[in-house]
Design a protein around this ligand. Structure first.
Ligand SMILES: C[S@@+](CC[C@H](N)C(=O)[O-])C[C@H]1O[C@@H](n2cnc3c(N)ncnc32)[C@H](O)[C@@H]1O
Length: 278
């Protein structure tokens, strides 16, 4: 097993991360180093990791250093120590996302989600996912929900646990569709998960609520291709850097009549709650 680490200055970190997540959609480890620089790392076997030229291109002029190290036999213990449960609350509701090796808290009153972080992006720990979950918690559940770019299925599973009916999870990666079905079974919830490529040019399946934790280019694509009936009443759009949020907000308002009702920010990341105007 190899650990491939990329070091950047703190000021550049979020921009580099946004690019890196295109190469490593299952997520990256983030560490703050003593000198204040940020290190992003991915783990994998030789041949499975992003190539050095691809990483260099992603980081551009912001790259300080790339290192590769063979990871010791206890790498899985380090991996486990890195993934801690996350609690999210909003509007009087709460949920806790935990990896399978962390126990459910006795007497826990929030919704309990078990997500295996090894499989696909979406442990609940990343700000883009947390912001989506926060906005989702404040909504009253209704009849249908689509999660576009479902990764581990964390958002779709959370929606199901919070009472949304007929939940459909979509991703262009077969591994994400599989991980979502595996995680749904582990959480004892029923949902559908299917292949869908936003870049196919086809309208995205519609639903009362659309969850879309995607990066800017894919959110722009979603706004352009639009939705098959039913048109969503609510969209949660995440994966945006703060300075990108206005562009997406304006595009959904102009093309779909979905107006911004809430904007949540965490560090450099922003998520939008867009609702159908009257
Ligand atoms: C930032 S992750 C979000 C995962 C999860 N929904 C969450 O909130 O943690 C984005 C997801 O979009 C998927 N994705 C990327 N490009 C896509 C495309 N063209 N069509 C559909 N899904 C795509 C990736 O495979 C990845 O699982």
């Amino acid at each position: 097993m190899i650990r491939l680490a990329l070091r950047v200055a703190e000021a550049d970190a979020e921009l580099v991360l946004a690019e890196l997540l295109e190469l490593a959609p299952s997520g990256v480890e983030e560490r703050r180093l003593e000198d204040g620089a940020i290190e992003y790392a991915v783990y994998g076997a030789a041949g499975e990791l992003p190539s050095l030229p691809a990483l260099q291109a992603a980081a551009g002029g912001r790259l300080v250093e790339i290192t590769t190290t063979d990871v010791a036999d206890d790498w899985d213990q380090q991996w486990k120590a890195f993934h801690k449960p996350v609690r999210i609350e909003n509007g009087g509701r709460a949920l806790r996302v935990r990896p399978p090796w962390e126990a459910r808290v006795a007497g826990q009153d929030e919704a309990d989600l078990v997500i295996d972080p090894g499989q696909a992006f979406g442990t609940g720990a990343h700000a883009t996912t947390r912001l989506c979950l926060e906005l989702l918690l404040a909504l009253d559940p209704a009849d249908s929900c689509v999660d576009i770019g479902c990764g581990s299925g964390v958002l779709a599973i959370a929606a199901t646990k919070l009472g949304w009916l007929d939940v459909l999870a979509l991703d262009y990666e077969a591994e994400s569709v599989e991980a979502t079905l595996t995680n749904a079974a582990a959480n004892e919830v029923t949902l559908r998960a299917q292949h869908f490529d936003l870049r196919s040019g086809n309208a995205a399946p519609g639903a009362e609520l659309v969850l879309a934790n995607l990066l800017l280019p894919l959110l722009v694509e979603l706004s352009a291709v639009g939705f098959a009936a039913p048109e969503p009443q609510t969209v949660i759009a995440s994966g945006l850097l703060v300075e990108q949020a206005d562009e997406v907000s304006e595009s959904f308002a102009a093309k779909h009549g979905l107006v911004e009702a809430d904007r949540r920010i965490s560090g450099e990341w922003a998520a939008l709650l867009l609702v159908r105007g009257s």
